[in-house]
Design a protein around this ligand. Structure first.
Ligand code: PAF
Length: 281
C-alpha cells in the first residue's frame, strides 16, 4: 500500500494510474477503522481498478468541538487493517492540505430540505462540513466510484446531491449495507468509546428499528415510537429522534404509508456518546 500525505503527490500518483487505463475507487473515512469500513474497501477492490482510502478527521463537520476532540484516532491500527484488506493507496492529508486557504475559503453547498431534518436539524452545519470535505476529496482523488455505508443514510443522500450540484455526472455512488455486531449494533468508530455497561445495552437501537419494521400493519407508528422511546430511556438512552420517513426524500411520516418506500431512523445519546442507525421498512 502506498501512503501519500500531500495533495500533489496523490494527484500525480493517480494521474499515472489513470493514464494506464485504471479506474479509481474511493472510500473516504475519518479513521478509527472497523469492519464496516473494511467491507467498503473490499467492495471497492472487488469492483476492480485502484482502491483509495482516505483518513481525515474533518473539523468542519463537527458542530460540537468536544466531539471533535474526543473523536477516536488510531492511524497505526488503521494502516494495519488497510494492509490486510489489500488497499492500494492511503491518502492521509493534514488540515492544511485539505483547506490550504483556510476552512472559510472553501465553497459550501446548500442541501436544502436535507439540512433541516433529523441529522440536519440536530447537528446544525454538519452537512455543510461534510459537503465541503467530500467535494475537496473528490476534487483531489477524482474517483470513478465512491463507496459509502448506509449507516449514514442521510449523509448518503447529501453526498449524492453534492455529486449533482458539482456536476459529477460520471461518478458512481455505491451505497453498501451497514455492518452489524452480533447483537445488531451498527458498527461505528464511536462504539469504541462505549463503556462495558453502555455497550451491553447498545444493541437496543437496532431492536427498536426491527420492531418499527415488524409492527407495520399491526400498530400505529406513534404507538411503536412511544414504546421505543420508553424502552430506550429505561436503559439510559436519551433519544434525539425516533422517526419514520419516505426512503427517497426523507419527508417525515406521521404513520406507516403502505406502498411507500420507508426508512426508520434513530439517533440517541448514551452518556456522552451519540449513536445513529436506520432500517428500511
Ligand atoms: O462518514 C464519514 O466518515 C465522514 O462523514 C466522511 C464521509 C468521511 C466525510 O468526512
Amino acid at each position: 500500500m502506498v501512503i501519500l500525505k500531500r495533495v500533489n503527490d496523490i494527484e500525480e500518483y493517480l494521474n499515472l494510474k489513470r493514464v494506464k487505463g485504471n479506474q479509481i475507487g474511493f472510500v473516504p473515512t475519518m479513521g478509527a477503522l472497523h469492519s464496516g469500513h473494511i467491507s467498503l474497501v473490499e467492495r471497492c477492490k472487488a469492483d476492480g481498478g485502484v482502491s483509495v482510502c482516505s483518513i481525515f478527521v474533518n473539523p468542519t463537520q463537527f458542530n460540537d468541538k468536544s466531539d471533535l476532540e474526543k473523536y477516536p484516532r488510531s492511524v497505526e491500527g488503521d494502516i494495519e487493517l488497510l494492509l490486510q484488506a489489500g488497499c492500494d493507496v492511503l491518502f492521509l492529508p493534514d488540515v492544511s492540505d485539505i483547506y490550504p486557504d483556510g476552512e472559510a475559503a472553501m465553497p459550501s453547498w446548500d442541501f436544502g430540505y436535507l439540512e433541516t431534518v433529523l441529522e440536519g436539524a440536530t447537528r446544525p452545519g454538519h452537512f455543510r462540513g461534510v459537503g465541503q470535505v467530500v467535494a475537496r476529496l473528490l476534487q483531489v482523488v477524482q474517483p470513478d466510484r465512491l463507496y459509502l455505508g448506509s449507516k449514514d443514510y442521510q449523509q448518503c443522500m447529501v453526498i449524492k446531491k453534492l455529486a449533482e450540484l458539482t456536476g459529477m455526472k460520471e461518478l458512481r455512488v455505491v451505497i453498501c449495507p451497514t455492518q452489524r455486531e452480533p447483537d445488531g449494533l451498527a458498527m461505528s468508530s464511536r462504539n469504541r468509546r462505549l463503556s462495558e455497561g453502555q455497550r451491553s445495552v447498545a444493541g437496543l437501537i437496532y431492536q427498536c428499528l426491527v420492531s418499527i419494521q415488524a409492527k407495520q400493519g399491526s400498530a400505529p407508528f406513534a404507538v411503536v415510537q412511544k414504546e421505543c422511546d420508553d424502552l430506550m430511556r429505561a436503559k439510559g438512552f436519551v433519544p434525539e429522534y425516533i422517526a419514520l420517513a419516505h426512503a427517497d426524500t426523507l419527508e417525515l411520516l406521521e404513520d406507516y404509508k403502505p406502498g411507500t418506500p420507508m426508512v426508520a431512523l434513530i439517533a440517541a445519546k448514551i452518556g456522552e456518546i451519540r449513536l445513529i442507525d436506520n432500517l428500511v421498512v
